[in-house]
Design a binder for this molecule. Structure first.
Ligand code: 3PG
Length: 213
């Protein structure tokens, strides 16, 4: 296991679900993150899919006790650096590129990059990255595909994300090479829009209690 993986695992501290969050308005970031933390999900991925995303990361890093905020949908080294400067403790990308591998190698902040095919996974392992986002999980073959990677690519562990929900999360968690799952279901767009932080806290609490099936 690489040192960066150890770092990610220690940030995760057994949390079964990484919430994947898209926030339109920076003012929602702090109450949303507080609700997730109150529900037991401390490690939070804020995706760089909205103009306010970096500001959201800044505010959560500064103002939410107990939150471990990271950036998702990081596509290139420039975004990697901006996300780290905003206070991200980890970086998630949907795929693996040579430029992101290089950016991660030059940073103390760990990268959780997407990799699905055996070739992508081998490239990651060669770069010393052995904890990977398996994205999009359901569409790519789900638990059956993941189980078939376990023997030939035994060093790789995964965070399946994409199409994971309370209905199938525990099946994913039961796969031996799965560490945790990622999902957006804990922070639905309408609950954020309406400021229903109690709903989000309750969804987070449910997610934080998921166990392998
Ligand atoms: C994403 O990056 O969109 C995540 O994989 C979330 O997928 P989900 O909305 O299916 O949970």
């Amino acid at each position: 296991m690489s040192g960066k993986t150890e770092k990610l695992l220690s940030l995760l501290a057994g949390q079964p679900v990484i919430p994947v969050i898209k926030i339109k308005h920076a003012d929602d970031a702090v109450p949303l993150a507080r609700a997730l933390v109150a529900g037991g999900l401390r490690m939070i991925e804020i995706t760089l899919r909205t103009p306010d995303a970096l500001e959201c990361i800044r505010r959560v890093a500064k103002d939410v006790d107990g939150a471990i905020v990271g950036a998702g949908t990081v596509l290139n080294p420039k975004q990697f650096d901006e996300a780290v400067a905003a206070g991200s403790k980890f970086i998630v990308s949907p795929g693996l590129t040579t430029s992101l591998i290089a950016a991660a190698a030059n940073s103390d902040v760990p990268l959780l990059p997407g990799a699905i095919t055996p070739g992508e996974i081998m490239t990651a392992l060669e770069a010393g990255i052995d904890f990977l986002k398996f994205f999009p999980a359901e569409q790519a073959g789900g638990t059956t595909f993941l189980r078939s990677l376990a023997s030939p690519l035994a060093a790789a562990r995964f965070c399946p994300t994409g199409g994971v929900s309370p209905h199938n999360a525990e099946e994913y968690l039961a796969v031996p090479n799965v560490v945790c799952v990622g999902g957006s279901w804990v922070a639905p767009d309408d609950a954020i829009r309406e400021g229903k932080w109690d709903v989000i806290e309750s969804l987070a609490r449910g997610a934080s209690r998921l166990v392998p099936a």
